[in-house]
Design a protein around this ligand. Structure first.
Ligand code: SF4
Length: 444
């Protein structure tokens, strides 16, 4: 059996980590590309498929999943040195340059590799138990960021329902009766699994991501339990949060909770500054957010185990305030962990790759120059990504037959949302800072 060092296919996640979406879809991790059973997610391998019906809502418990046929086959493949198709996001660096596989295998659990290999039978079953949880209990969120959607944001869900923007075929989980069933399963089964693991001291890492985890009671209660039971010292915490709420029931997130943990990776989502940030992330109050970010920074200065970073998803409008974001990262000495918005088809007009090649390169060259002039440890990740984007295919290059109709469809959808939200500051307002790009936008 190959050791990890010689086996690039191996990832420790299927032995240590467990994920469930707000619609009860279990995955190896949030980055794996699998076939959806019921509620399609943008990363799914069968995302385009229409071959599903409501009857597929057959959620499984963690116990049924953990040594079930699917994950056993993945373990077997990895141990044989075969890269599972599901792991292309890591192996082809589709979203970020640093991969989730490396995080789990090299950073978090390198000491478990031998144990995992020794405790896996020929059929792929293992006696190891999950110790890292990414449980998305529900989609409660007070934001409706434009590149997000109803599955991960209740505000998006409400908007879609109120404006009749959904249909049973594409969004079976929104059908009231099924929606109710999902909520039941998530509350009664999923929360119970998590609480059981918590009480059994089985959890070594929690990834809080939603919805918006800071709006969940279970977040505050379990974090408070870990502190009061003395287990915080042994637990690593990761967040993806919009940082819109830092108080709950008399507790302050930073001073009462985070300072007690073994390690905290606090990734604060933000995709643009000021008005542009508020446009991209509907619900954001830039001024209030910046105040909370400064508090987070103060807390990280008091406790070196708190790693704070700006989690920037790079979008077309976001490019127009990227210089401010670079300056902010340098001013507050907070690194940027950037990723590119995932463009799974040419309708994703918010992707920088929707621009024609010459306009994209001109914009990127200007930003690369600015980034180099303000280069620091905090902004070098952004520079790497900007350079990398130049090597990627634009929509026009990747989808030569469909890009035209795709971008028309993408623009129509975006304008519809702007109209529903009664935006006075629009994508057109943002793009007007660059006359050539504005002309391109108007020509679609
Ligand atoms: S290789 Fe990547 S996608 Fe596959 S299980 Fe590991 S972290 Fe998830």
């Amino acid at each position: 059996m190959n050791k990890k060092q010689e086996n690039k296919a191996f990832c420790i996640a299927p032995w240590t980590h467990t994920f469930i979406s707000p619609q009860s879809e279990r995955r190896l991790c949030c980055a794996s590309r699998e076939e959806f059973q019921f509620a399609r997610q943008y990363l799914d391998s069968n995302f385009q498929s229409n071959n599903f019906t409501q009857s597929h809502y057959e959620p499984v418990t963690l116990e049924e999943y953990w040594n079930g046929d699917f994950i056993k086959s993945i373990r077997k493949k990895m141990l044989k040195g075969e890269v599972p198709d599901e792991c292309s996001v890591c192996h082809e660096k589709e979203l970020t340059l640093s991969t989730y596989q490396d995080y789990f295998t090299n950073d978090l659990f390198p000491h478990l590799i031998e144990e995992a290999i020794q405790n896996t039978k020929e059929d792929g079953s293992t006696t190891l138990m999950p110790r890292s949880f990414d449980y998305r209990f529900d989609n409660t969120c007070n934001f409706s960021c434009r590149m997000c959607g109803d599955q991960l944001s209740s505000r998006w869900e409400k908007e879609k329902i109120n404006h009749n923007l959904w249909n049973l075929k594409d969004d079976p989980w929104l059908e009231p009766e099924l929606n109710h069933k999902i909520k039941d399963f998530q509350s009664n089964v999923v929360k119970a699994e998590f609480n059981r693991a918590l009480m059994n001291n089985q959890i070594e890492e929690i990834y809080w991501v939603g919805g918006e985890p800071l709006l969940w009671d279970i977040h505050w209660k379990s974090m408070s339990y870990l502190v009061s039971s003395g287990n915080a010292d042994n637990t690593i915490i990761r967040y993806n949060t919009n940082l819109s709420k830092i108080h709950y029931d008399g507790m302050n997130l930073f001073d009462d909770l985070l300072i007690h943990f073994k390690k905290v990776i606090l990734l604060v989502s933000i995709d643009g500054s000021g008005e542009i940030g508020e446009y991209i992330r509907t619900g954001l109050n830039w001024k209030k957010w910046k105040g909370y970010l400064q508090e987070a920074k103060q807390c990280s200065l008091k406790n070196k185990n708190i790693e704070l970073a700006l989690d920037i998803t790079l979008t077309l409008p976001g490019l127009f305030s990227l210089k401010e974001m670079i300056l902010l990262a340098n001013e507050l000495e907070i690194p940027i962990y950037p990723k590119l918005v995932y463009a799974f088809d040419p309708t994703i007009i918010l992707s920088p790759l929707s621009l024609p090649r010459d306009l994209l390169n001109n914009l990127l060259n200007e930003l690369i120059k600015f980034n180099i002039l303000h280069l620091s440890d905090y902004t070098k990740g952004m520079l790497e990504l900007l350079i990398d984007i130049k090597q990627r295919k634009t929509h026009e290059e990747k989808y030569p037959n469909d890009f035209q109709s795709g971008r028309e469809q993408g623009k129509k959808k975006l304008l519809q949302i702007e109209s529903i939200r009664k935006d006075s500051f629009t994508l057109e307002s943002i793009l007007s800072a660059n006359p050539q790009i504005l002309n391109w936008w108007r020509s679609i």
